[in-house]
Every structure is written in structure tokens, then in C-alpha cells.
Design a protein around this ligand. Structure first.
Ligand SMILES: [Zn+2]
Length: 74
């Protein structure tokens, strides 16, 4: 069966279509988003939901991702 190998190459095919620049942009955007998220966590503006681990606002009383009540900040 040759179909099995083909589906695994989908990401590579897309990379070739977009070209190396597309891949670089995707990586930079991802890295930038992560860096921003990290600095906001360190600033205390954001924190992680204890239920779903998504990043939410520090003042939030309810998680916007999973809808759980989160304890107010001390
Ligand atoms: Zn949550």
C-alpha cells in the first residue's frame, strides 16, 4: 500500500508550495506569540487557568476557554 506514506508527506508538500519563506514566517509568528505570552505571564497580566492550562487574564474570575471558575488573585 503506497497510500500510507503519502498522507505523512502532506506537511512537506505544503512547505514546498509556500516555499521556505512561508515556513520561516510561520515559525517566527509562532515563536513571537510564545515570547509575548511568556512576558505577559511574567508581568502578572496573564496567568494560566488551573483547569485547562490556557493563558487567561490575571483579573479573570472565569476562564474564557473552559468556563471554569478560577480563584481570584490574592
Ligand atoms: Zn480554563
Amino acid at each position: 500500500m503506497s497510500n500510507k506514506g503519502r498522507s505523512g508527506c502532506g506537511g512537506f508538500a505544503l512547505g514546498f508550495l509556500l516555499g521556505p519563506i512561508g515556513l520561516v514566517i510561520a515559525l517566527v509568528v509562532q515563536a513571537d506569540h510564545r515570547a509575548m505570552e511568556k512576558s505577559e505571564l511574567e508581568d502578572g497580566k496573564m496567568r494560566k487557568c488551573p483547569h485547562c492550562a490556557e493563558v487567561i487574564k490575571a483579573e479573570a474570575k472565569k476562564c474564557r476557554y473552559c468556563g471554569s471558575d478560577v480563584p481570584p488573585l490574592a
